[in-house]
Design a protein around this ligand. Structure first.
Ligand code: MG
Ligand code: FE
Length: 168
């Protein structure tokens, strides 16, 4: 049976892999959002935040004595789900992308809540603080996306009606 310490180490690696996935997804989105400058700017901000989150997680993992060279191994697990929601082929990718991002932020929120509880159990205060910091950024991003989903949707529909390239 795995000890709490081992579970914490595993969940930290999973979270790191999740952040790498988030980066990949957002970097792809940001390229295609020229008609949605506000959304694009907020995603750019979150890309920077996400890089910081991944670095902080890596520091936690290293400090706990786990080899960080194995971090890449778990990357890509959520790829299928994100691709199916991306809407690239459906044409309404800005809307599907916003939905996918909102969903992904909640996956991150759940992950950090879990990690905070595990770090508390193990008595790793640094990891708990890092996860609380990351959690705040995910909650802020989720709230922003929720606030702007209606606007993004309506702008998309307007553009589609006007016959301009509404896809993005
Ligand atoms: Mg994140
Ligand atoms: Fe996030």
């Amino acid at each position: 049976m795995a000890k709490p310490e081992e579970r914490l180490a595993q969940w930290l690696r999973d979270a790191h892999s999740m952040e790498m996935q988030a980066l990949k997804m957002m970097e792809g989105q940001v390229e295609r959002l020229e008609n949605y400058p506000e959304l694009r700017a907020r995603i750019r901000q979150h890309i920077d935040e996400t890089r910081g989150q991944a670095d902080r997680l890596e520091a936690c993992i290293e400090k706990r004595g786990t080899d960080t060279s194995a971090l890449k191994d778990t990357a890509g697990r959520m790829m299928a789900m994100m691709q199916s929601m991306s809407g690239v082929l459906a044409g309404d990718e800005v809307v599907k992308g916003s939905m996918a991002s909102y969903t992904f932020e909640h996956l991150e929120i759940a992950s950090y809540r879990t990690l905070i509880a595990a770090a508390e159990r193990v008595g790793d205060d640094d990891t708990r603080r890092v996860c609380e910091e990351n959690l705040k950024e995910e909650e802020a991003m989720a709230a922003w996306l929720a606030d702007h989903l209606p606007e993004t949707t309506q702008k998309y529909l307007e553009r589609e009606m006007a016959g301009v390239e509404a896809k993005r």
